[in-house]
Design a binder for this molecule. Structure first.
Ligand code: SAH
Length: 355
């Protein structure tokens, strides 16, 4: 599955086509298409016709079908994409001058974080690298000219560290020349804290890592994220601290979803600062995005800002941002990807707080 055309490395493609020049031509052509082609063309300029025809016959070209496309007033677009036997969600988030594509790595998820809507789907299957790159291609093709898709975050459905071979392959393909040639630093892989995968990822990739921490005690974390019992906070953060010893310039992200009455006290903010001492990580505070069937709520706006202020007061050199939800009205925000309708539940954060 992974080793299909949009998931092939340039070297693999060179073997398929018998020359590196042809491989580069194909990649240049593929990633310059205005839309993901439904079929591969009968001929391709610069590739001998017999070689191309034989390749097309083996290539099993199977681009995603867009089942649904929802657009939020804030410009965020959520795609439901049919990939063979499964449907997954991909989100394109425009910002000033560029867009970020949020890619799914699994259909459903292997993890059971209680605050995440994807968890309610259970686990379908791992996606192949070709399917991850294809998600990027679909979203990129529709990005505005003045906001090209240059950033990719593996923050959609799924736990990337539970499908690491294919995620690493997708990153290799996304960063390779001649196209699409994204910068490794423009790719972020988010993990719920799967320790063995994190270690391997940090060794084998130069893309950025985002750790979903979400609590400051093991007890609270394990309630929210059951695998927290297997890999406690100190060990998970220990891996980031070790990495800081090896490469002090490598910057990580720590994601902290804020839940009212669960992990949003001043004491939590203080513990968060203590836990992160010596770790070069930016902190992203994410007010919880609601979904039907969950009682968890985001704190009131002033509590979110007070938490941030407390972190910054204790740790003035740390970058700590509040990530206001994007695409919440179309259930495209963090933790809302469950192939469902927009959430019914109202939240403490009014739409005017959304930036
Ligand atoms: N499995 C990976 C990637 C998917 S989740 C991971 O856990 O990191 C991507 C981010 O969304 C994580 O930081 C996660 O903690 C956050 N998230 C999950 N559910 C959320 C929700 N309901 N509201 C806000 N953020 C949520």
């Amino acid at each position: 599955m992974g080793a299909r055309l949009p998931g092939l490395t340039v070297d693999e493609l060179a073997i398929e086509l018998g020359s590196a020049t042809r491989a580069r031509r194909v990649l240049r052509w593929l990633h310059a298409q205005p839309a993901v082609p439904a079929t591969l063309p009968a001929a391709l300029a610069g590739v001998a016709s017999r070689i191309w025809t034989e390749f097309v016959a083996r290539a099993e070209w199977a681009p995603p079908t867009v089942r649904e496309r929802r657009r939020d007033a804030d410009g965020t677009v959520k795609y439901a994409l049919q990939l063979g036997d499964v449907v997954v969600e991909t989100v394109r988030i425009p910002a000033r001058g560029r867009s970020t594509v949020c890619v799914s790595s699994q259909a459903g998820c292997t993890r059971r974080c209680v605050f995440c809507a994807t968890q309610t789907l259970g686990f379908g299957r791992n996606l192949g690298a070709a399917e991850m790159v294809a998600q990027f291609m679909v979203a990129r093709a529709e990005a505005a000219v003045d906001a090209p898709a240059r950033n990719v975050v593996f923050m959609g459905m799924g736990e990337p560290m539970d499908n690491l071979d294919e995620v690493l392959r997708a990153i290799r393909v996304l960063t390779q020349g001649p196209a699409p040639q994204l910068r490794a630093q423009s790719i972020t892989v988010s993990t719920a804290g799967v320790l063995p995968g994190m270690r391997r990822f940090l060794r084998e990739s130069s893309a950025s890592l985002a750790l979903s921490l979400n609590a400051t005690t093991d007890e609270v974390r394990a309630r929210l994220m059951p695998h927290g019992r297997t890999w406690p906070i100190a060990r998970v953060l220990g891996v980031l601290r070790e990495e800081a010893g090896r490469d002090p310039r490598r910057l990580h992200f720590v994601e902290y979803v804020l839940f009212a009455g669960v992990n949003d006290t001043d004491r939590d903010a203080d513990r968060l600062v203590e836990l992160l001492a010596g770790i070069p990580a930016r902190v992203n505070l994410i007010p919880h995005n609601p979904f039907a069937g969950s009682d968890l709520r985001a704190p009131a706006l002033d509590r979110v800002l007070a938490f941030q202020a407390r972190v910054l007061a204790r740790d003035p050199d740390r970058l700590c941002l509040v990530r206001w939800p994007r695409g919440r009205a179309i259930a495209a925000a963090c933790g809302q990807l469950a192939l469902a309708r927009p959430p019914e539940a109202s939240s403490h954060l009014s739409p005017s707080a959304v930036s």
